[in-house]
Ligand binder design. Structure first.
Ligand SMILES: Nc1ncnc2c1ncn2[C@@H]1O[C@H](COP(=O)(O)OP(=O)(O)OP(=O)(O)O)[C@@H](O)[C@H]1O
Ligand SMILES: N[C@@H](CCO)C(=O)O
Length: 321
């Protein structure tokens, strides 16, 4: 249950007076999610999502996130729309946290996606990359290669509590990636967290993308590698070549990867595996007992990182050339 900050009915009803969202009928905390506190609201005007932004979201970044969702929705991408307050602002404050009201997206995320769903995700990711062109705000990726060492240093001393030898292995991996990280690849607005729980389907039809709170400007193919990691591995840790092929075909049906992006995929996938390993490791070691949040297993991403280390050719992901 990711509700770090609770809210009272009186405070919420007062908060809603600044919106054209009707009057409150009911509200409840949403179990899913790790980063922020989310509530499902029912009002006399329908269903809405209220998000209270927590520790990993810098309030100064919120205009970028909320403005991006508006920009993408205007270009036909199915994603949540932030509701404006009576003064036009997209951001308010509730229970001491920055807070926004966003439109409710129909659909549900898939617990067991098939290759056909991966194809739709690849297509939607490329469509998002193209729709992001022309967005006037920019945001550096705080969790790209430049952000991994400071994050690692917060957990390094305790890493061997999770698995013996981890401290040396990750220190070596980090040094390798810092020395070899690709630079001159196509970049633009990326989602940077397009995991299964952030893509909604109605039946087999993709109905929308949510959770743009890691969106930023970075390498487009890095975003592809995040999806390879998030969608194309089975629960036993095996890479599913059929899903990889489908995801990459879906992406390339909208935006073909350049030869340089294709060659860089194994390195990018190692990097994105390390990124999620590091945030999960930090949360694993620092989330207080009894916190209303599901901690995610860092070792899942350590295994993915080790898998990519032995990949020599993007064809091993199912990339056709
Ligand atoms: N616009 C929306 N429409 C419908 N449901 C939503 C919407 N936004 C969020 N949700 C629900 O709230 C849950 C958590 O949302 P979100 O993923 O944005 O939170 P988070 O804390 O940022 O999670 P994460 O750990 O995935 O980053 C989603 O899994 C979904 O069930
Ligand atoms: N999607 C991330 C959590 C939010 O960043 C993970 O699964 O580690």
């Amino acid at each position: 249950m990711a509700v770090y900050t609770d809210i009272t009915e009186d405070d919420l009803s007062r908060f809603l007076t600044a919106y054209d969202a009707g009057t409150l009928l009911s509200y409840k905390g949403i179990a899913e999610g790790v980063e922020n506190s989310n509530f499902l609201l029912h009002t006399t005007k329908g269903a809405f999502i209220l998000t209270l932004y927590e520790k990993r979201v810098d309030p100064n970044d919120l205009p970028f996130f909320l403005g991006l969702m508006h920009h993408l929705a205007e270009r036909g991408l199915s994603c949540p729309l932030p509701l404006p307050r009576s003064d036009g602002a997209l951001l308010g404050e509730l229970s001491g946290r920055p807070a926004a009201m966003i439109s409710f997206l129909e659909g549900m995320w898939l617990r067991k996606p098939a290759a056909k769903h991966c194809r739709e995700v690849g297509r939607a990711l490329a469509e998002m990359h193209l729709a992001g062109e022309g967005f006037e705000l920019t945001r550096a990726n705080a969790l790209s290669v430049g952000g991994w060492r400071p994050l690692w240093e917060k957990s390094a001393d305790r890493a061997d509590e999770v698995e013996a030898g981890l401290q040396d292995e990750i220190a070596g991996e980090l040094a390798f990636l810092e020395a070899n990280w690709p630079k001159d690849l196509p970049s633009g607005v990326i989602h940077a967290d397009l995991f299964q729980d952030n893509v909604f389907f109605i039946g087999d039809t993709l109905s929308g993308l949510i959770d743009f709170y890691f969106a930023c400007n970075d390498l487009l193919s890095y975003d592809v590698s995040i999806c390879l990691n998030a969608w194309c591995f089975e629960k036993d840790g095996a890479f599913n070549l059929t899903k990889g092929m489908a995801l990459l075909e879906g992406y390339e049906s909208v935006r073909p990867l350049s030869p340089e992006e294709a060659v860089a995929l194994p390195l990018l996938a190692r990097g994105s595996a390390l990124r999620f390993f590091l945030t999960r490791l930090y949360d694993w070691l620092t989330t207080p007992p009894g916190a209303l949040v599901v901690k995610k297993d860092p070792l899942e991403y350590l295994r993915k990182l080790r898998f990519h280390r032995q990949i020599r050719n993007p064809a091993e992901y199912g990339l056709s050339r």
